[in-house]
Design a protein around this ligand. Structure first.
Ligand code: TXA
Ligand code: MG
Length: 305
C-alpha cells in the first residue's frame, strides 16, 4: 500500500476498491494528476469529483461551515457508502469542484481503500479524488478485472490498479447535499432517506438544487446492450430478475438475486456479462422495495434511457 500511496504522491493514478464500486484515484491537490482522471475517463472536465479521506477528522481540510446534521451523518455512517456535499474550503480547487462552491467528501468502508488513504495521508497527502473507474457514461466497475476492461487502454505504465475483490454494496454511494438548512438526497444509495431522517431528526427535502450531478444526466450507468425494464423477456434477450422468477425458453439468465442487497451487488457485473456475451438487449425486472431498491431503480431508469 505504501507503494500505491507513493504513486499517488508522484501524480500517478491508482484505481482502488471501495465497498460501493471501484474508484479511479488521484492526489486531490494535484491539478495535473486530476486532469488525467478526466482524460482517462473521457469525462467533461466541469464535472465535480468526490474527495476520499481516511477519517472524518479530515473533513475540515476540505469543507467549511459544516452543519450539525452533516456531522451527525458522518459520525453514524462513515466509513460507509455516503458522500456529503459541503461548502468547500480553499484547499478544494475548481478542478475538483467543477467551479462550484461545494465539495463532495467521503470515507469509504473498505480495508484496501482505507489502507491506501491512511498511507497517503502519512506521506503528507490530503485526500484522493476518485470518480467511479469507468469510461464516462458506462456501468461502474465492481471488480478489478472490470476496471482493466474499462480503462486498461487509457492508463499509463506508472498507474496502478489495486485488486480488493468484488465490491460488497455494488451501487455508488448516496450523495447528500448538506449546503442547505436540511439535507437533500442528490443520488440514492445504500444509506436511505429513512436512515438519514432517523439520524438527523430532520425531514429531508426533495432535491431542487442547481448542483450538477453527472449521474443525473441522461443515459448514465449504461452498458452497450439496450436495457429494457420489463417482467417478460423474449428469446435471445438477457434477463436479470429475482430468483423466484422463471427464465422463459431461449432467454439468457444473467443474475438471480434473492434479495435487494444481492440485486445491488450483482447488477453491474450482470450487465457487463450481457455485453461480454454480445447481447443486444437485457431485460431487467426491477425490485419494488424501499431500501437500496430505490438506488437500483434510479440507476436502471438512467441505464434504460
Ligand atoms: O460510491 C461512490 O460514490 C464512488 C466511489 C468510487 O466512491 N464514486 C463515484 O464517483 O460514484 P462519480 O464521480 O462517478 O460520481 C460522483 C457524483 C458525480 O455525479 C458528481 O457530479 C457528484 O458526485 N459530485 C461530486 N462532487 C459534487 C459537488 N461538489 N456537488 C455536486 N455533486 C457532486
Ligand atoms: Mg460514476
Amino acid at each position: 500500500m505504501l507503494d500505491a500511496a507513493a504513486h499517488l504522491k508522484a501524480g500517478d493514478l491508482v484505481a482502488f476498491p471501495t465497498e460501493t464500486v471501484y474508484g479511479l484515484g488521484a492526489d486531490a491537490t494535484n491539478l495535473h494528476a486530476v486532469s488525467r482522471i478526466y482524460s482517462v475517463k473521457g469525462r467533461p472536465n466541469d464535472h465535480p469529483l468526490i474527495v476520499h479521506i481516511a477519517s472524518m477528522d479530515r473533513m475540515g481540510d476540505w469543507a467549511r461551515d459544516v452543519p450539525e446534521y452533516a456531522i451527525a451523518l458522518a459520525r453514524s455512517f462513515w466509513p460507509g457508502p455516503m458522500t456529503l456535499i459541503l461548502k468547500r474550503s480553499e484547499l478544494a480547487g475548481d478542478f475538483i469542484t467543477g467551479g462550484q462552491d461545494s465539495v463532495g467528501v467521503r470515507v469509504p468502508d473498505h480495508v484496501v481503500a482505507l489502507a491506501l488513504l491512511e498511507a497517503f495521508e502519512r506521506a503528507g497527502g490530503k485526500g484522493v479524488a476518485a470518480p467511479s473507474a469507468n469510461r464516462f457514461g458506462h456501468v461502474s466497475p465492481t471488480t478489478a478485472a472490470a476496471v482493466i476492461e474499462e480503462l486498461g487502454d487509457y492508463l499509463s505504465k506508472d498507474d496502478v490498479v489495486l485488486d480488493g475483490g468484488a465490491c460488497d454494496v455494488g451501487v455508488e454511494s448516496t450523495i447528500i447535499d448538506c449546503t442547505g438548512v436540511v439535507p437533500s438526497v442528490l443520488r440514492p444509495g445504500a444509506i436511505t432517506e429513512a436512515m438519514i431522517e432517523k439520524c438527523t431528526g430532520l425531514e429531508i427535502t426533495l432535491s431542487n438544487s442547481q448542483i450538477r450531478v453527472s449521474g443525473s444526466l441522461e443515459n448514465h450507468y449504461a452498458p452497450i446492450a439496450k436495457v429494457i425494464l420489463s417482467e417478460t423477456p423474449t428469446q435471445g434477450q438477457g434477463f436479470i430478475a429475482y430468483a423466484n422468477i422463471e427464465t422463459p425458453a431461449g432467454v439468457i439468465r444473467l443474475a438471480s438475486p434473492r434479495n435487494d442487497e444481492e440485486f445491488a451487488h450483482l447488477l453491474y457485473s450482470a450487465l457487463r456479462e450481457g455485453d461480454t456475451q454480445g447481447l443486444s438487449e437485457v431485460v431487467v425486472s426491477q425490485p419494488i422495495g424501499n431500501g437500496i431498491a430505490v438506488a437500483i431503480r434510479d440507476r436502471l431508469s438512467k441505464a434504460a434511457r
